[in-house]
Design a binder for this molecule. Structure first.
Ligand SMILES: *[C@@H]1O[C@H](CO)[C@@H](O)[C@H](O)[C@H]1NC(C)=O
Ligand SMILES: *[C@@H]1O[C@H](CO)[C@@H](O)[C@H](O)[C@H]1NC(C)=O
Ligand SMILES: *[C@@H]1O[C@H](CO)[C@@H](O)[C@H](O)[C@H]1NC(C)=O
Ligand SMILES: *[C@@H]1O[C@H](CO)[C@@H](O)[C@H](O)[C@H]1NC(C)=O
Length: 463
């Protein structure tokens, strides 16, 4: 009942002429919280429809020298929905109980959630052959979407766009960053790219699989026998990658996860201080074999973090296929998450491919790159992230590595929340006490970080 009140639209109109394709349209509304929202589909290729949802911040600060930023949030998976998970579970204006989120990143920027790549969340294909098989294909589609949104909108063009990614989204972010730059240079895209931020991102799978065993051994979650088994599978993956056997490497990765699960009594890959399935819902066997990046796993883990006493609500799937689907006027036959598993399978040949070279390229082109990492993450562990950073060929690397870092605090809290350092256009945030989902587990310091990443005029006011 209360939900519907929150969702009342003060202003709704359809504009069928804005975008081509029968399903493509922009819908505009205003939430009770005061943030203006727009959403719609863009047909990025024939039979391939991508869904976007833009929130204009009610906290906007006008400062002539600093444009109000837009964050494009890219979820991982591949196949996990930014419109669902990133929005309602991490940084959007409302949580899954449709209550306001105090730590929403709208306090620092406008938020653009996109269900990327096609087949994810509300995005869909009419023919599964239209699903993407590589990060580059995904980047091309995303660039097409940005051309539709930005090219005819002078007000959007005034902002800097920051691509902020989590997990597998980091691979999409770096390939999309390069694709966006190319389109800008070619005069095809009117947009100012502010930077790219990689949160616990799967940039170099090989470095992560080599980090898992030693990290878990150091914190007593594996013994020397488990460590040996883990390392030997990591070696196998390394060889498969050298030989270009990417699908085999994906299969070995899955095998390695099972071995670690069995030898650690099911450590949680998103926070190694926890057991997998510690949340309210036990995992079924089929979900277990489905890979740790599965969409179900994400939302389970996140709902296990949520404290909602005496409230049975909050199941993301019910929300996204219920009141939100209705509000957004998603076509009846589109199921949120209905094609997500296919997205993962179609990308199996690219899943283990590293994207370090793309980070190099962004850095050498002068794009601001932020890397942030939750201390307790296993799947994209800080140890693995530091290992791939060491492999950068960027000329500033040695100076970056020798730069001293500074502690981070939040508000009046005296406790150390993390560390930070930057050199030229690369900056790194180490976030303490958070696993894979930094904005969920450390919302205060994550919000400050969002302000810093986007050079938000709201951040300048707060400090
Ligand atoms: C909400 O945020 C404000 C300022 O950012 C803070 O003072 C307050 O304690 C927060 N409230 C909750 C419930 O977290
Ligand atoms: C939904 O129905 C429309 C119209 O019949 C069709 O074009 C579209 O392909 C369908 N979508 C899905 C995901 O099946
Ligand atoms: C484009 O800009 C106008 C303001 O000029 C705004 O009202 C409109 O909602 C924008 N469209 C999109 C898709 O953001
Ligand atoms: C890029 O980073 C530098 C150094 O932190 C900063 O001064 C500049 O404003 C950033 N540019 C953008 C577009 O965010």
């Amino acid at each position: 009942m209360g939900k519907f009140h929150v969702l009342i639209l003060l202003l709704v109109f359809f504009s069928f002429s804005l975008f081509h394709g029968g399903l493509s349209r922009a819908i505009k509304g205003k939430s009770q919280g005061g943030s203006e929202e727009e959403w719609g589909y863009v047909q990025v290729r024939p039979k391939a429809h991508m869904f976007w949802w833009l929130y204009k911040s009610p906290y906007r600060v006008e400062q002539p020298s600093k444009p109000w930023p837009i964050i494009l949030w890219l979820q991982g998976g591949p196949g996990a929905s930014g419109v669902g998970i990133g929005n309602f579970e991490e940084i959007g204006p409302l949580d899954t109980d449709l209550k306001p989120r105090n730590s929403t990143w709208l306090k620092m920027a406008d938020l653009l959630f996109v269900d990327n790549p096609v087949g994810t969340g509300y995005s869909f294909v009419e023919d599964t052959r239209m699903l993407v098989k590589t990060d580059d294909e995904a980047a091309t589609d995303l660039t097409t979407l940005l051309m539709e949104l930005f090219n005819r909108n002078e007000s959007l063009q005034k902002s800097h766009l920051y691509i902020v990614a989590e997990s597998y989204g980091g691979k999409f972010a770096v390939t999309a960053g390069l694709s966006v730059l190319k389109a800008i240079d070619a005069g095809k895209l009117k947009l100012k790219l502010g930077g790219v931020a990689l949160g616990n991102s799967w940039i170099s799978p090989e470095d992560f699989v080599f980090a898992w065993g030693p990290l878990l051994k150091d914190v007593s979650r594996l013994d020397v026998n488990g460590l040996k088994k883990s390392n030997s599978l990591a070696e196998k993956i390394s060889q498969q990658l050298k030989d270009g056997q990417y699908i085999d490497a994906t299969n070995t990765w899955s095998q390695l996860e099972s071995v670690i699960g069995a030898n650690s009594n099911s450590v949680d890959f998103y926070n190694f201080l926890q057991d997998e399935g510690m949340g309210p819902v036990a995992l079924t066997a089929s979900e277990f074999s489905n890979g740790f990046f599965s969409v179900n796993r994400y939302s389970r883990y996140l709902s296990s973090l949520r404290v909602s006493p005496g409230n049975g609500d909050g199941d993301l799937d019910i929300l996204m296929n219920g009141v939100i689907k209705k509000k957004l006027k998603i076509p009846d036959n589109v199921t949120w998450g209905g094609q997500s598993d296919l997205v993962f399978s179609y990308l199996a040949g690219d899943f283990m491919r590293p994207r370090i070279a793309e980070v190099n390229e962004l850095l050498s082109k002068g794009v601001n790159v932020t890397i942030y990492s939750g201390q307790l993450d296993l799947i994209c562990a800080t140890k693995g992230t530091e290992a791939w950073i060491d492999k950068l060929k960027w000329e500033g690397l040695q100076d970056f590595l020798s730069t001293e870092r500074s502690p981070l605090y939040c508000k009046e809290d005296q406790a150390t929340k993390g560390f930070y350092k930057s050199y030229k256009n690369l900056q790194f945030f180490w976030i303490l006490g958070a696993g894979h989902f930094v904005p969920v587990e450390q919302p205060c310091v994550a919000l400050d970080m969002a302000g810093a990443i986007t050079q938000s005029p709201a951040a300048a006011e707060a400090s």
